[in-house]
Design a protein around this ligand. Structure first.
Ligand code: ARG
Length: 601
């Protein structure tokens, strides 16, 4: 409905201009043009939109807001373009102007959407600068945990929305593939499993994780081991071929395992791990020194942070070079920011960089963002955004653990979702005395199971901690993936019976609606474009989830209360058109969340 909102806004601006030409000219001169303050109606009984601009004008115009509103309305009523869009406006309360669109305008907009594969969502102008989404980003030789799963699911949904809007998106996997941990891991493996360092596939990720734990324990307790590990890091960093090859094999091993998960979840990522930025770390330090930001503190090179008002902050400084000369996580992130905003060939030329990690890293990002800004690496109009999310908890409200108290393996978590789905499905089929073959059962169980895991994660406000519950996410009612998928299936069934989905079947033109349930559905459908733009800006996928959930509810109410297939034309065809547009919108919306839909379940 944004297209209509823009048109209305122009009519309102014209009305303001004609009603108060001097004030409008003065405001324009001052660089603050008059604003009709058009927004969605705060309640359905107020119509579709309301314009609240009259209230803010009362002071400068020295007139009562209601008088201002009347003057604007008088102009609007004399504007034939406006009258073609809206019913006569109403002035409410202290001076709000309530606007209700003409039924035929809404019906025509539905007709337009049916023919528009983008469902009303305007694409951004082509040729824009890339948007980086840094997400998933697990660590080599460590198990990917539920936090990484959240980052993967949320980051993918955000990337899909940005791509749908037409932005070039770099989906970057900032894998933890560098650092002192490799020194101890390689040293330990040389002694206990040398084959892992020169033979591909000699160990799997599970073994590596165990070796990593042992190496860490030795590092913490054994001084000679510590020294050898440190020497090993130096060898690796100086490009020693044996160490490099060992490191490469360890990375490959982990990568293969990560990739299996991405494939299963249909997630595409370009790996650009921490090691990629090694060649740029020295330049980061040099830039910071040149900008006068670097302070030596106990042998370490640091940047001290400023508070909002530019005074010294209480936050610990960002350490860019440790006293032993090594770089750390923050240095790499600084190099990454510099590279991502930098110009080609040694840069991505991005305009917006988005990081999807747990909220625990908020102060890390606040620190490096500030240093990057003060170093002058963020171009005019460039945006750095941390998209934090809360912890994944078990149903007991504590950190998610298996019954035996171990960390949950992601593969097992997804397996369990699919298995539970299959059990539910078999039970339902038996109850309904339906016969389905194995392929059908496995397709439905896989789709619904994975959808449930993704949707449960996306539908909660990501900032809050989130309680993982198979029972809740797999329920057929409530704000769940199965409920939404079921709405799509229901419409597919209607289309099969009504033939309205078959190629060549034309919907009536114009579409005709009369029932309040139809209008509620029309208005809900037409919100889709505004919701997508909101997600693009606010980076909150749960807004899209809530929208799709409401759409399914409004649809179900419509379908339960208004006859469709048994209605007379043109009501029948118009209602089938609403069914089609609902299905298209649900499919597109779920698709943007990374969730494929089914025709039957
Ligand atoms: N590897 C990190 C972790 O597991 C996440 C990296 C996030 N991205 C970044 N640019 N720091 O916590």
């Amino acid at each position: 409905m944004l297209r209509i909102a823009h048109a209305l806004n122009s009519h309102l601006l014209g009305a303001l201009e004609s009603a108060f030409p001097e004030a409008a000219a003065a405001a324009r001169e001052a660089g603050m043009p008059l604003d009709p303050q058009l927004g969605p109606a705060s309640k359905p009984e107020f119509g579709d939109f309301q314009a609240n601009g009259a209230l803010a004008l009362a002071r400068p115009l020295k007139l009562a807001p209601r008088a201002i509103a009347s003057a604007i309305v008088a102009q609007l009523e004399a504007d034939p373009g406006f009258a073609a869009l809206c019913l006569p406006p109403e002035i409410a309360g202290p001076g709000f102007i309530n606007l209700t669109l003409r039924p035929e305008v809404l019906a025509a907009e539905v007709g337009r959407r049916l023919a528009d594969p983008r469902l009303g969502v305007e694409p951004v102008a082509p040729g824009g600068a890339p948007v980086v989404v840094d997400f998933s980003s697990p660590n080599i030789a460590k198990e990917m945990h539920v936090g990484h799963l959240r980052s993967t699911i949320i980051g993918d949904a955000l990337a899909r929305v940005l791509e749908f809007r037409g932005h070039p998106v770099l989906r970057l996997n900032h894998v933890g593939d560098w650092g002192t941990q490799f020194g101890m891991l390689i040293t330990h493996l040389k002694q206990v499993a040398p084959e892992a360092l020169d033979t591909a596939d000699a160990v799997d990720l599970g073994d590596l994780v165990a070796f990593y734990r042992q190496a860490k324990a030795r590092f913490d307790s054994d001084e000679t081991f510590q020294t050898t590990s440190r020497e090993e890091v130096v060898k690796l960093q100086s490009g020693d071929p044996v160490s490099r090859r060992a490191w490469q094999l360890l990375c490959d091993q982990s990568r293969r395992e990560f990739q299996r998960l991405y494939d299963r979840l249909d997630i595409r990522l370009d790996e650009r791990g921490e090691s990629f930025y090694n060649p740029f770390l020295e330049a980061v330090v040099a830039d910071l020194a040149a900008a006068g930001l670097l302070v030596s503190d106990g042998g370490a090179q640091c940047v001290f942070l400023e508070g909002q008002d530019g005074t010294a902050s209480q936050a610990p400084p960002v350490i860019v070079r440790k006293s032993d000369g090594g770089f750390n996580y923050a240095t790499t992130d600084l190099a990454a920011i510099r590279y991502r905003f930098g110009a080609a060939p040694d840069g991505d030329g991005a305009c917006r960089v988005i990081y999807v990690t747990d909220a625990g890293q908020a102060s890390h990002f606040a620190g490096v963002f500030q240093v990057a800004r003060r170093a002058g690496w963020i171009p005019e109009g460039g945006h750095l955004e941390h998209v934090p999310f809360g912890l994944v908890q078990g149903e007991d409200g504590k950190k998610l653990k298996t019954r035996a108290g171990d960390t949950v393996r992601l593969k097992e978590l997804l397996d369990e979702a699919v298995e539970r789905c299959e059990a539910d499905l078999r039970r339902r089929l038996a109850e309904e005395e339906r016969q389905e073959d194995g392929d059908f059962i496995s397709e439905v169980a896989t789709t619904v199971g994975l959808a449930a895991v993704k949707y449960a994660d996306l539908s909660t406000n990501r900032i809050t901690n989130y309680q993982f519950s198979f029972d809740r996410m797999l329920a057929l009612s409530g704000n769940t993936a199965p409920y939404l998928l079921y709405a799509v299936v229901r419409i597919a069934g209607i289309a099969r019976k009504g033939g309205a989905d078959a190629a060549g079947v034309a919907f009536p033109a114009p579409l005709v609606f009369g029932e309040p349930q139809e209008w509620a559905l029309v208005r809900q459908l037409l919100q889709f474009d505004a919701v997508i733009l909101e997600v693009e800006q606010e980076l909150l996928p749960n807004r899209l989830c809530s929208y799709l959930f409401e759409l399914s509810q409004v649809f179900n109410r419509f379908y339960d209360q208004v006859p469709v297939l048994k209605a007379e034309e043109p009501a029948r065809g118009s209602r089938l058109a609403l069914c089609r547009l609902t299905a298209d919108t649900l499919k597109q919306g779920l698709g943007l969340l990374g969730i494929p839909t089914l025709e039957r379940m």
